[in-house]
Design a protein. Structure first.
Length: 176
């Protein structure tokens, strides 16, 4: 029984030390984050824009979502909540909408460890559209900041979004 307590004590000490490393490491990392991905989509800007501003139907083409729930608008700003396959849910607001070329969306969760925006620009190129997504975020939680910086790709969420968008128009994602 004495060995059990030694092992348990050692595990607790390791857990505390690991937590300290993550907290200290995260506190030294830049809380701001910027990622950008550009892709060619074989569709005109108005078709792409209509799809990406049809928030209610996001789950019909975005492979990461289970469903979307529309929220009451704030002033004239459209709001919705996305429920993903990892059992997370996030509220968003479309804070700038300029058809058919620009959409700016922000996270509408004041207590979230991540605050930020996506800026989606769409321009025609003669054979379809160039879609550019810029993500600018601030990660306030030092634990999440450490995990995100060490174990996650900066562009993975944008790439998944663009891959789903391209798939909706019958193509495989092409990065530029």
């Amino acid at each position: 029984m004495k060995n059990f307590y030694y092992i348990l004590g050692a595990l607790v000490i390791l857990l505390v030390l690991a937590s300290m490393v993550v907290a200290v490491g995260g506190s030294f990392m830049d809380p701001t984050h910027r990622a950008e991905v550009t892709s060619h989509i074989n569709a005109p800007p108005d078709s792409i824009f209509a799809l990406i501003t049809d928030y209610r139907n996001y789950s019909s083409w975005r492979k990461d979502l289970l469903r979307v729930e529309m929220l009451p608008p704030r002033d004239t700003i459209q709001s919705w909540r996305e429920f993903d396959k990892d059992k997370n849910n996030w509220a968003f607001e479309a804070i700038e909408v300029t058809p058919p070329s620009y959409l700016k969306v922000k996270i509408a969760e004041p207590t979230s460890p991540i605050q930020g925006t996506w800026m989606i620009s769409i321009i025609t190129d003669g054979t379809g559209s160039i879609v550019n997504v810029i993500e600018e975020a601030t990660v306030t939680n030092v634990f999440f900041r450490f995990i995100a910086n060490v174990f996650m790709s900066d562009t993975a969420t944008i790439e998944a979004y663009l891959a789903s968008l391209a798939s909706r128009f019958g193509q495989t994602l092409i990065f530029k």
